[in-house]
Design a protein around this ligand. Structure first.
Ligand SMILES: Cc1cc2nc3c(=O)[nH]c(=O)nc-3n(C[C@H](O)[C@H](O)[C@H](O)COP(=O)(O)O)c2cc1C
Length: 234
């Protein structure tokens, strides 16, 4: 399924246009990232002095009104009470995004049962249990650890996807056993891309699939439906 990923931008008019563009381009779901209203503290990135190289840009954000962080209006280090967090999305904004599109809206970055329940009340089309690959708030729990409670809260009403730390097919198996509908991967496919381009990405997927099948064979699961919590020792 083609899904488009969205940050609710401080420029709400621009956000509306992005949603409409995603829908007209044929995407089948909209994934709204809710765990990063501001960027996390990335010391290694700071030390490396990382910036996008010339010629690389967030092309879909071209023409957007600059954020308070970009204009310097956000001040140095002051967040609470500042303009940056005032523009951060709230549950009302999620409702607003839903009103803009007929596509299912999934929330990415749900890490508690309470937020999962709230998402259900807001008629969300699915949940991505994610700690952003550990790239936002350091010291968050693992996604596999919080998954069972969230899956319970959702109770099979909508898909529950999981990411952050999927590295082997056996990780996929564990996530499916503990209540995920499917998993997502971030860095593994980036590593494949860096090593061998598109072929590298497809090889990463191939390895994950082969490892998942092997784990299923070794645990007596003929189908994905046979994967159950009983196969996991906690
Ligand atoms: C270089 C990089 C950039 C990312 N950018 C975004 C982003 O713009 N929005 C978002 O929701 N997640 C972003 N993520 C997080 C991924 O979507 C995903 O949640 C995470 O990488 C999953 O963990 P994994 O890398 O351990 O598989 C980014 C991850 C990486 C590695």
């Amino acid at each position: 399924m083609a899904r488009s990923r969205l940050y609710v931008q401080p420029d709400r008019g621009f956000t509306r246009e992005l949603v409409q563009r995603a829908q007209s381009a044929g995407y089948q779901a909209l994934v709204v990232t809710v765990d990063a209203p501001v960027s996390g503290l990335r010391n290694r990135e700071q030390r490396a002095g990382f910036t996008l190289p010339p010629g690389i840009e967030a092309i879909n954000l071209r023409g957007m009104r600059p954020s308070p962080q970009q204009t310097g209006e956000a001040g140095s280090g002051v967040l609470l009470g500042g303009p940056l967090l005032a523009a951060a999305p709230t549950w009302n904004d999620i409702e607003w995004v839903r009103s803009l599109t007929s596509l299912p809206v999934l929330l990415k970055g749900i890490m508690t049962m309470e937020d999962a329940k709230r998402a259900m009340d807001a008629n969300i089309g699915g949940i991505v249990v994610s700690n952003h690959g550990g790239r936002t708030l350091d010291a968050q729990p693992s996604t596999i650890g919080v998954l069972p409670d969230i899956a319970d809260a959702v109770g099979g009403r909508v898909p529950v996807l999981l990411d952050s730390g999927i590295r082997r097919g056996s990780d996929v198996f564990k996530a499916l056993a503990l209540g995920a509908t499917a998993v997502l991967v971030g860095r593994p496919y980036v590593y494949g891309l860096a090593a061998a381009g598109a072929v590298g990405v497809s090889h990463v997927i191939h390895i994950l699939r082969a490892e998942l099948e092997l784990t299923m064979a070794l645990t007596g699961c003929r189908t994905l439906g046979d994967i159950s919590p009983a196969l996991i020792q906690r």
